[in-house]
Design a protein around this ligand. Structure first.
Ligand code: SF4
Ligand code: SF4
Length: 696
């Protein structure tokens, strides 16, 4: 500890700074000299007390700060520890408890910025010292600010109508709050609507999902916005404004009763020859199989909610040539309307839950596995449709020649755990592959081979299900399926698909002939996740999924206040985990809305009216419409209640008349000055001494 200036004679407004250097166990102390940093900080201008401590975020660490504020009359505090995203609020609260203004606190990140980025002990120590110096110089100029209150509209926009979105919507609606459930597809239900059974309990997916879909559609507090897109979003926590585009279905929703007359007569079956064959009662080509009548006028599944068809303009003959009116004529209620246009509406909500799900990996990218080239190489998703009682074969597992396969190979990790495609593990593929193996063994007397890298079954009942499937006689081969070919080397291989793999248990190459290959494709972020993220102010990580506020402590929150995450848009997960996260997101949104108003950061922009030239540059730039122009005074004025401190106007003002509170020029310049002090001003000795062994 260093105590340099603890004089009881305290002048008003004189900065009195306490500096606290955290060890973070060995996370920081193992990589740099925390004692030396604390000692050096004690000699900086205005620093009254400087300490290092094992865990500053612990209650003992926080008490240390609180006691020092009272004992030494501190009016500024710097904690030099981890990222502010983790504990800034913790330390601000400690300062407030001791009577200090929380905005006169500054966090100096010496973990992510020093100890976690170099093993050079001396350099890490010097950099930590510079960061602490920058923070102390800045904090001396921090002004006391006050938090502001904003009211929260008691309504939520849930983006995505899969199982996670539905669960979140129902939770909030059941608590009496209004929900807008937005789904860009014609029906809600998401990917689960296409599953036959769910692992490990083998419940019928439709039996679980369909009641939830209709409950959501009929709930008095839920407004279903199916076949709609989010076009624009503005506003902030408690007061978001969303512009919604309702896409033209070419069906009048008020007249349509979902009888099916229109889609049954549509002659424009999706371009695939195989699907045309299916309509004529001939065999199905797996890749084009659907579980509903799929013409240009179609319904996504027979259990679709809302049960309203859509006419697909791009393929519809009427839109292309004007020569077809079959659906128009078939609809006795006059619900087909080729003149319908997209419409727009604005809604206002207090909170947003993002539940936009994932897309499945495109198996065509792994050319050596033969999908799209070799008949009877299908994806797990196509298998689900094949197995579905509403599917093209009525639930029978058939090859393209209409015969049941006598042997089936299931290849794990297609597009996952592979640096050529996705490094991440898709988490669900091992378990759904086991489910597929079980379904094949249950429905057919076929040999089943599972090719896996390693088996990941870390869920309730998952390991037991794995053993059950092994007991059913499924043959497990530990090795990634590397290639699939139809070139026979022996007479026994004639007419078969050969799966090649390195068996890592036997230490030999295997070549297994089978009739059908099922590729366990992984999960990827939605293609437009980045675009949506930009609109919402929510970032995507390296793998493209939305980033949560904290992976352990706030997995359903985002860095954008009032916006939450649910389901696989945040990362691959199974149905129970998606539902659990949806419940967490809904609970947190409800907790905010129930308060009616919340405190938001005290930062806002301020116009120095005597410096304002009245040019009005700033007024249209503010994304929150927080700037008014006062005509009689010829100056711009910021409404602090609306300002979100984005800084746009500060940067744009040609007269430098606008200051961002908490980010003023003198604070930023002082921070730079502090960081660039000569080493001799930072340490008593000119060079920091390296720890024996380099610290680690
Ligand atoms: S548009 Fe008409 S024909 Fe088509 S489902 Fe609706 S009511 Fe039936
Ligand atoms: S900083 Fe300026 S531009 Fe940004 S929200 Fe505040 S007033 Fe608007």
């Amino acid at each position: 500890m260093s105590e340099t200036n603890g004089s009881p004679e305290i002048k008003k407004d004189e900065p009195r700074i306490g500096v606290y250097v955290c060890h973070c166990g060995t996370n920081i102390a193992g990589y740099l000299d925390v004692n030396k940093v604390a000692e050096g900080a004690g000699a900086l201008p205005n620093v009254v007390v400087s300490r290092d401590y094992k865990y500053m975020c612990s209650s003992m660490g926080q008490e240390l700060i609180e006691n020092d504020i009272k004992e030494f009359g501190l009016n500024r505090v710097v904690v030099s520890a981890c990222s502010p995203t983790l504990h800034e609020k913790t330390f601000r609260a400690a300062c407030s408890r001791a009577g200090m203004n929380q905005y006169q606190f500054q966090m100096a990140n010496i973990r992510e910025h020093c100890s976690w980025v170099t093993k050079d002990y001396a350099k890490a120590t010097e950099k930590a010292m510079r960061i602490v110096s920058a923070a102390t110089h800045r904090v001396a100029r921090n002004r006391a600010l006050e938090e502001r209150k904003v009211t929260i509209k008691p309504a939520t926009l849930v983006i995505g109508g899969g199982i996670a979105g539905i669960e979140a919507a129902l939770t909030i609606a059941n608590a009496g709050k209004k929900v807008y459930l937005l789904e860009r597809e014609p029906s809600i239900g998401g990917r689960m609507a296409y599953f036959d059974k769910t692992f490990p309990t083998l419940d019928c997916a439709a039996c679980i999902l369909t009641p939830k879909m209709s409950e959501a559609a009929n709930h008095p507090n839920i407004e279903l916005l199916a076949y709609c897109e989010l076009e624009e979003l503005s506003g902030y926590l408690g007061n978001f404004k969303a512009k919604i585009r309702k896409k033209a279905r070419y069906i009048d929703e008020d007249l349509c009763v979902g009888c099916g007359n229109c889609w049954e007569v549509c002659p424009q079956w999706r371009s695939s020859e195989a699907v045309k064959k299916r309509k004529a009662g001939v065999k199905v080509f797996h890749h084009e199989a659907t579980i509903s009548p799929m013409g240009s006028c179609y319904i996504p599944t027979l259990q679709a909610v809302p049960k309203l068809p859509v006419i697909e303009k791009d393929t519809c003959i009427h839109f292309k040539t004007g020569k077809c009116n079959k659906c128009l004529e078939a609809c006795t209620l006059g619900a087909v309307n080729f003149d319908q246009q997209d419409t727009y509406r604005d809604i206002e909500v207090g909170t947003i839950i993002v539940a936009t799900g994932t897309k499945v990996f495109d198996a065509a990218r792994v050319k050596e596995l033969g999908w799209g080239r070799l008949p009877n190489v299908i994806t797990s998703q196509e298998f689900e449709i094949l197995c579905n009682a509403s599917g093209p074969t009525g639930g029978q597992i058939l090859m393209e020649n209409g015969e049941p396969p006598k042997s089936v190979a299931i290849l794990h990790c297609v597009g996952s755990r592979d640096e050529n495609y996705n490094v991440h593990c898709s988490r669900v593929c091992c378990m759904y592959s086991l489910k597929i193996a079980h379904l094949v063994r249950e429905k057919l007397d076929a040999d089943v081979f599972e090719f896996y890298i390693d088996m990941r079954t870390p869920g309730k009942g998952f390991e037991e299900f794995y053993h059950r499937v092994m007991d059913e006689g499924v043959i497990m081969i530990r090795g990634r399926g590397a290639a699939v070919s139809d070139v026979p080397f022996t007479p026994e291989e004639e007419g078969k698909l050969m799966v090649e793999a390195e068996d890592t248990l036997l230490g030999m190459r295997r070549r297994v002939p089978v009739d059908m290959v099922i590729l366990a494709v992984g999960l990827e972020p939605q293609e437009d996740a980045m675009d949506l993220g930009r609109m919402l102010g929510v970032s995507c990580g390296m793998s493209g999924f939305f980033i949560e506020r904290h992976p352990k402590l706030a997995p359903a929150m985002t860095m954008a206040e009032g916006i939450f995450l649910a389901g696989t848009c945040q990362g691959p997960k199974d149905i129970p985990d998606s539902v659990a996260q949806a419940g967490a997101a809904a609970g947190q949104a409800l907790a905010l809305m129930d308060q009616g108003e919340v405190s938001v950061e005290g930062f806002f922009a301020e116009v120095a009216e005597d410096a304002c030239s009245g040019c009005r540059t700033c007024v249209p730039l503010c994304p929150y419409r927080a700037i008014d122009f006062i005509t009689d005074k010829n100056v711009a004025r910021v409404n602090p209640a609306l300002c979100q401190a984005c800084g746009t106007c500060v940067a744009a003002c040609p007269s430098s008349a606008i200051t961002g509170q908490g980010y003023s020029d003198d604070q930023l310049v002082a921070e730079l000055d502090g960081a660039l002090l000569p080493l001799s001003d930072l340490f008593e000795e000119p060079e920091p001494v390296g720890a024996p062994g380099g610290g680690v």
